[in-house]
Design a protein around this ligand. Structure first.
Ligand code: OXT
Ligand code: ADP
Ligand code: MG
Length: 576
């Protein structure tokens, strides 16, 4: 602990003192928090400086939202809360979207924001950056706390950590008013007030009856399907999940961020037969996946006419029956639940009838064969498939690289084309389909894993966090950004029929995003063909130098909203 020895006037005796700054830092270190993603300013500038001096890695971003997205994905990758530190009101609000995103996606994250004087804020007397931050954060996160006294810092942080990682993980807000940092207390009392959180995310063992119920339903299935969601990736129960899937012989469908838990090229993978398995399966076991919009809420055309039975493995009991009836709820942590299922299966194992397995395989092979020739075209300007064909090979050759992906067409087509081979290597827009996660995710992925990162970005998507290329250069991170530049959102060809302004979805034609990277000392490349793109990405991955490749995509190649155009409301009164 960094203490100052001072003489207290009252007693005349010398005593060691500490303050709020040091207590926050000591509490973070005590709990193994090694990285803070932040934007400095009043009242937390010194906190960042002092944390850095004390050995915490403090990464400064250009905008709090990107620091927040970095913290959120750090939580997903590590199972420890990712910490984002911001200034008061505007900085806090900038970080809040990421906190809400973390909560929505079940990622553990703590947003720590400095705040203004409580007495002035509550009387609304116009303090510097006045805002009742705690009240605003509450509905957007799993838990929110404020610490007013230095001796409560240890407890405050312990509560935040537990809330973030236990049960269903999520975002937690911790409000630290400016006055707290300067509060001085006796160093020994301060040290004693700190709390090391023990067993922050306790195992949650499923009941044997629930395990048996789930297994009975699974065994009776004629056309079973396992859906793996990002909760399964988060759980880090990779071996148990692999064993369950392989022992059962059941086809599995990975949700976007669960790709790679088992390789997409695994013989049981049904990713390339998605429509078929959703429609034709009779029993579906969800493991760490919710029946939300991404799975059409478990009903309707996507799921076909035949009756379905759902088994759901999830840590959150209230997730059960949220959209349709769950005939076999299996509540517990995924590691414990999957292990219990494997044990209960005994040596027998398999529950997947051969005709079903063969039907899925045939559909998969048909779709893969249909796609193959499209991936080999070397057109210039590129279409999505030509460009993605090149990137697919790169990830195949470098399976431990992390792929960050956002956009509309750039997202939806990359998800299908680029096979993943290892768990937690695909990071994307998540449950909200939010644009702007790109650079924060790429930076945190590089920092937390030390692996090379390939960020495949729509030109619009990149714009939400583009200024962080400076951050990437400043920390010299092994990140290669590929911008699919089609001059706009979805397509670059829209025309405004009523005036001189550009259409709402188009950008400057022929923009050169690669120059942005060069401005900060990184490598910029303009690639106009799949061959050029492949060469440039390989060079970037070999060198580890921050690189941005402007991949020129035919502006007419994309479709409105990628693969979710059906969600666009249509006006019957629309005039051309
Ligand atoms: O089985 P069938 O036959 O159906 O075939 C399926 C698979 O079996 C098959 N497949 C394969 N075939 C062969 N081989 C392989 N390996 C293979 N793998 C799969 O392919 C099909 C399709 O499979 P898929 O993709 O798995 O299935 P599907 O049907 O698409 O799945 C449904 C979904 C819903 C699960 C899936 O589509 C999905 O996950 N979607 C997520 C979509 C999403 O989140 N989109 C982002 C939001 S869009 C929009 O909102 C945008 N905005 C607005 C905005 C946002 N979002 N955020 C903020 C903060 N502000 C504004 C903006 C501004 S996008 C956007 C920018 C867009 O412009 P860009 O320039 O960035 O991007 P471009 O579009 O490129 O210009
Ligand atoms: P996807 O978008 O990939 O379908 P979702 O985000 O919808 O995934 O679902 C993730 C689910 O995983 C959430 O319902 C969450 O409660 C659950 N979950 C997260 N971590 C665990 C865990 N360790 N054990 C069990 N369930 C978990
Ligand atoms: Mg675009």
């Amino acid at each position: 602990m960094l203490n100052t020895a001072q003489k207290t006037e009252a007693s005349g005796a010398e005593q060691e003192l500490t303050d709020g700054f040091h207590l926050v830092i000591d509490a973070l270190k005590l709990n193994g928090i090694e990285t803070i993603y932040n934007v400095p300013g009043i009242p937390i500038t010194d906190l960042g400086r002092m944390a850095q001096a004390a050995g915490i890695r403090v990464l400064s971003f250009r905008h709090e939202q990107n620091a927040g997205y970095a913290a959120a994905i750090a939580g997903f990758l590590t199972k420890k809360p990712g910490v984002c530190l911001t200034v008061s009101a505007p900085g806090f609000l900038n970080g809040l979207t990421a906190l809400a995103h973390a909560t929505t996606n079940c990622f553990p994250m703590i947003l720590i924001s400095g705040s203004s004087e409580r007495e002035i804020v509550d009387l609304q007397q116009g303090d510097y950056e006045e805002m009742d931050q705690l009240a605003i954060a509450k509905p957007l996160c799993k838990a929110a706390y404020r610490v007013l006294h230095a001796q409560d810092i240890g407890i405050g942080l312990a509560r935040a950590i537990r809330a973030a990682v236990s049960g269903r993980p999520g975002g937690v807000y911790l409000d630290l008013p400016a006055k707290l940092f300067a509060q001085v207390i006796n160093a020994e009392a301060g040290a004693k007030s700190l709390v090391k959180v023990i067993d922050a995310a306790p195992a949650q063992i499923p009941s044997p009856a629930a395990v048996k119920r789930a297994l009975d339903v699974l065994k009776a299935a004629k056309r079973p399907l396992i859906i793996l969601g990002k909760g399964a990736a988060y759980a880090q129960a990779d071996d148990a999940i692999k064993t369950l899937v392989e022992k059962s012989g059941i086809p599995f469908l990975p949700m976007s961020m669960a790709k790679g838990l088992l390789p997409d090229t695994h013989p049981q993978c049904a990713g390339a037969a998605r429509s078929t398995v959703l429609k034709d399966s009779d029993v579906v076991m969800l493991i760490g996946a919710r029946l939300n919009w991404l799975l059409s809420h478990g009903k309707g055309k996507t799921w076909g006419e035949a009756p379905k039975k759902f088994i759901q493995v999830d840590i959150e009991p209230r997730e059960m029956d949220s959209n349709v009836e769950i005939v076999a709820p299996l509540v517990g942590d995924i590691g414990s639940c999957v292990t219990a299922l494997i044990e209960a299966m005994g040596s027998g194992g398999t529950t997947a009838p051969a005709d079903w397995v063969d039907a899925v395989k045939a559909k998969r092979e048909e779709n893969v064969a249909k796609m193959a020739p499209r991936l080999m075209n070397n057109k210039s300007p590129m279409d999505y498939h030509g460009a993605l064909g090149a990137l697919r090979t790169i990830i195949k050759e470098r399976p431990d690289a992390i792929l960050v992906n956002e956009g509309a067409n750039t997202l939806d087509l990359a998800r299908g084309v680029i096979d993943m081979y290892q768990p937690r290597k695909r990071l994307d827009v998540g449950t909200w389909g939010v644009m702007g996660i790109g650079m924060g995710s790429a930076i945190a992925a590089a920092i937390e894993t030390g692996k090379p990162v390939l960020a495949v970005e729509g030109d619009s998507a990149f714009g939400f966090s583009g200024m962080e290329v400076e951050t990437i250069c400043r920390y010299n991170l092994p990140i290669c950004i590929v911008i699919f530049n089609n001059d706009g959102i979805y397509r670059g060809t829209d025309v405004n029929s009523a005036g001189a302004d550009p259409a709402t979805t188009v950008f400057v034609k022929g923009a050169r995003y690669d120059k942005m990277m060069e401005a900060f000392g990184g490598v910029g490349v303009n690639a106009t063909s799949p061959d050029e793109l492949k060469r440039a990405v390989n060079a970037a991955m070999d060198s580890g130098k921050p690189t941005l490749i402007n991949a020129v995509i035919d502006p007419a190649a994309g479709s409105e909203s990628g693969r979710i155009g059906n969600l666009n409301p249509q006006s019957v009164l629309k005039k051309k």
